[in-house]
Design a protein around this ligand. Structure first.
Ligand code: ATP
Length: 300
C-alpha cells in the first residue's frame, strides 16, 4: 500500500508547488526533473571559483541514448568574457546551459570551471556559483520584495532595495502604494514580461554569482524595453563570465564572441563582424532575421 501512496505524495507535492505560482528554474528541476543519477561523487569537494573560466571539452550528450544532441562539443568561455551561443532552433543551446548547471551529466567529455570537472564537485557549490536569468520568470504569489529576496537566503531589506536599483526596477516598485510589500502573481499586481525579467535580474544580483547564464526570452519584448533591459544586463555582466543563449541575433551584436551551434557542434565562432564577413551560417541567419524585421516593420 505504501508503494501505491508514494507516487501520490510526490504528485501532491508537485501540485502544491505549482499552485504556489512557483518556481525558479533550479528549484523546479530539483523537485521533479533531476534524474536520480545526478549525485555528488563520494567525498566531493566544493567548487572553488578563482576567475570563472568555463570549458566544454568534447562534450557528448543526448536525452535519449539513441539521439545525440551534442556531439563532441568544444567551447571555451574565458573568465569574465561574454560569449553568445546561437544556432538553429533545436541545435542544443538551452541543453548546453542545463549541462553547465548539471541538471544532467554528460555522456562523454567533461565540463570544467577553473579546471575542476563539474561532475566531481558538490552540486550545491556548483549551483551557488552560477546565476540563471531564465526565459520566463515565474513569480511566487507573494510580495515583490519576497520575490527578489528569494535570490539569496537571509538578504535584508537594504540589500533587496540595492538589487532592485541594479535591475532598474526600484522606481517602479516605489511607485506602488505598498512598495516592496505589494503582492504580485495571480492574486496581485500583474507584471509585464520586461518587469518579470527585471525581478529575475534583481534576484541574480543578490545571489552575486561569478558565472551567469542568460537565457534570452523567445518572445520579443518591444524594442525600447529590450534596449533598456540590454543596458541593465550589460552592467550585470561586467566582471562575470557570461553565456548568453540567444534566439534573436540583434541582441548579441556586442558580445565578445559569438558561437554558432549546428548539429551538436560549433560550426563557426568569432565577433559579429568576423562572422558576417565569413559569409557562413551566421551571415545567413542574420540576413534572414533582418528580412523578417523589415517585413514586420512594413506590415506595421
Ligand atoms: P530553441 O532555439 O528552439 O530554444 P535550442 O537550441 O535551445 O532550441 P534545446 O532546447 O537545447 O534547443 O533542444 C535540443 C534538442 O533536444 C531538441 O531537439 C529538443 O527537442 C530536445 N530536447 C530538449 N529537452 C529535452 C528533454 N527534456 N527530453 C528529450 N529531448 C529534449
Amino acid at each position: 500500500l505504501a508503494q501505491l501512496f508514494r507516487p501520490l505524495d510526490l504528485l501532491g507535492m508537485v501540485y502544491r508547488t505549482i499552485r504556489q505560482g512557483v518556481i525558479d528554474m533550479g528549484a523546479m528541476f530539483d523537485l521533479i526533473d533531476t534524474p536520480a543519477d545526478v549525485t555528488d561523487a563520494p567525498g566531493a569537494p566544493a567548487l572553488t571559483v578563482a576567475r570563472g573560466h568555463v570549458r566544454f571539452e568534447g562534450v557528448r550528450f543526448g536525452y535519449d541514448p539513441d539521439r545525440t544532441i551534442l556531439d563532441g562539443l568544444d567551447l571555451d568561455v574565458p573568465a569574465g568574457a561574454t560569449v553568445a551561443v546561437v544556432g538553429p532552433s533545436g541545435a542544443g543551446k538551452s541543453t548546453l546551459a542545463r549541462l553547465l548547471y548539471r541538471f544532467y551529466d554528460v555522456g562523454a567529455g567533461r565540463i570544467t570551471i577553473d579546471g575542476q570537472d563539474i561532475a566531481q564537485v558538490t552540486q550545491g557549490s556548483l549551483r551557488a556559483a552560477i546565476g540563471i536569468v531564465p526565459q520566463d520568470t515565474v513569480l511566487f504569489n507573494d510580495t515583490i520584495g519576497y520575490n527578489i529576496a528569494y535570490g539569496r537566503e537571509g538578504a535584508d531589506d537594504d540589500e533587496v532595495a540595492q538589487a532592485a536599483r541594479g535591475a532598474a526596477i526600484a522606481g517602479f516598485i516605489e511607485r506602488q502604494p505598498d512598495g516592496y510589500a505589494t503582492r504580485v502573481g495571480e492574486r496581485g499586481l500583474k507584471l509585464s514580461g520586461g518587469e518579470k525579467q527585471r525581478v529575475a535580474i534583481a534576484r541574480t544580483l543578490l545571489k552575486n554569482p561569478p558565472i551567469l547564464i542568460l537565457d534570452e526570452a523567445t518572445s520579443a519584448l518591444d524594442s525600447r524595453t529590450e534596449a533598456d533591459i540590454l543596458a541593465t544586463l550589460e552592467a550585470v555582466e561586467r566582471g562575470r563570465t557570461t553565456i548568453v543563449i540567444a534566439h534573436r541575433l540583434s541582441t548579441i551584436v556586442a558580445a565578445d564572441r559569438i558561437v554558432v551551434l549546428d548539429q551538436g557542434r560549433v560550426a563557426e565562432q568569432g565577433s559579429h563582424a568576423e562572422l558576417l564577413r565569413a559569409g557562413g551560417l551566421y551571415a545567413e541567419m542574420w540576413s534572414r532575421q533582418a528580412a523578417e524585421r523589415d517585413a514586420a516593420l512594413a506590415a506595421a
